[in-house]
Design a protein around this ligand. Structure first.
Ligand SMILES: *[C@@H]1O[C@H](CO)[C@@H](O)[C@H](O)[C@H]1NC(C)=O
Ligand SMILES: *[C@@H]1O[C@H](CO)[C@@H](O)[C@H](O)[C@H]1NC(C)=O
Length: 285
């Protein structure tokens, strides 16, 4: 049985998309209209340490910047996120905010998005695959500062099951849309990966290019966490980005896996985009 799933992006964006692009919603994408199940990380904790590579991706609505997705800094000029976060949006109305645990504080590190690269084979139907995008920002991140950093991407080795991982995000703290709350402060959940086979058994038709993590009922990613980082925290191994929040069950934290885009499967794509942009920048000078 395939559980109903939802993409895990922001409530505000979801409402916008439900109203503005209703005709584009694929049959399988039930998360967008009928069930605006909002939710922060459910069952997480306040994050007390800075996460210098995490940014909040925001949209200007009625004169205010609103968080709707997360991303990770991967170069001086690039943020890695989920394709579904930005696929339908014009970048002119978006910005990224880095260097803060609180997305409401208008920090010094707000950057415009000047270009988006959505994976050419990203699709939501018949299943969500290649849910990855890179955003080029301006001005460049000040990577020399302690509060800003690029996240290591690790090598191409596949991460197996039962690996300790950490999700951080500003997604809503309740499992359903009624009374959805987006916290100001970054939340954290430490949990574990499961094998792709187990993820399939639990109802999500993942491909080798996704990675799943599962915690106890009551804990998991939720709406507004999309695009955010899943970090490998195994002792004795360097910290590295292993996943990008993609989708989960229609009501959050019901003991179903959270599905992430598997970063190690997309390293060639990421380097291609980074070097393309670099070449373009050099060419312009
Ligand atoms: C951060 O601090 C708060 C308040 O002291 C605490 O409730 C929370 O558990 C801490 N978070 C972590 C990840 O230790
Ligand atoms: C911003 O969004 C509005 C609608 O929400 C749209 O009309 C406008 O063209 C957008 N501007 C840019 C620069 O993308």
């Amino acid at each position: 049985m395939i559980p109903k799933y939802q993409l895990l992006f922001g409530i505000i964006l979801c409402l916008i998309l439900a109203g503005e692009v209703a005709s584009n919603i694929p049959e399988s994408g039930k998360g967008l209209t009928g069930e605006l199940d909002a939710a922060r990380i459910n069952g997480g904790q306040l994050m007390n340490e800075s996460v210098p590579f995490q940014v909040s991706i925001q949209m200007l609505r009625r004169g205010r910047w609103r968080h709707f997705c997360s991303g990770s800094i991967v170069s001086e000029q690039h943020v890695l996120t989920a394709a579904h976060c930005v696929d339908k949006l014009q970048v002119g109305n978006l910005s990224v905010l880095g260097g803060t645990l609180n997305w409401q504080l208008d920090g010094r590190h707000r950057h415009r998005i000047v270009a988006k690269h959505v994976h050419p084979l990203y699709t939501m139907s018949p299943r969500i695959i290649n849910d990855i995008a890179l955003l080029r920002i301006s001005p460049p991140f000040q990577l020399q500062l302690a509060e800003i950093a690029a996240v290591p991407l690790g090598g191409g080795a596949r991460i197996g099951r039962q690996m300790p991982v950490r999700l951080t995000g500003w997604g809503s703290i309740t499992p359903t849309s009624t009374g959805a709350q987006v916290p100001d402060r970054l939340q954290v959940l430490n949990y574990q990966t499961i094998s792709n086979e187990e993820c399939v058994q639990k109802g999500f038709r993942v491909t080798p290019n996704e990675i799943c993590a599962l915690s106890a009922p009551g804990q998991g990613a939720c709406m507004g966490d999309s695009g955010g980082p899943l970090i490998l925290t195994a002792s004795g191994r360097p910290l590295q980005l292993v996943g990008i929040v993609s989708y989960g069950s229609a009501t959050c934290a019901q003991g179903k896996p959270d599905v992430y885009t598997r970063v190690s499967s997309f390293l060639p794509y990421i380097s291609k985009i980074l070097s393309q942009d670099l070449a373009q920048a050099t060419h312009k000078r």
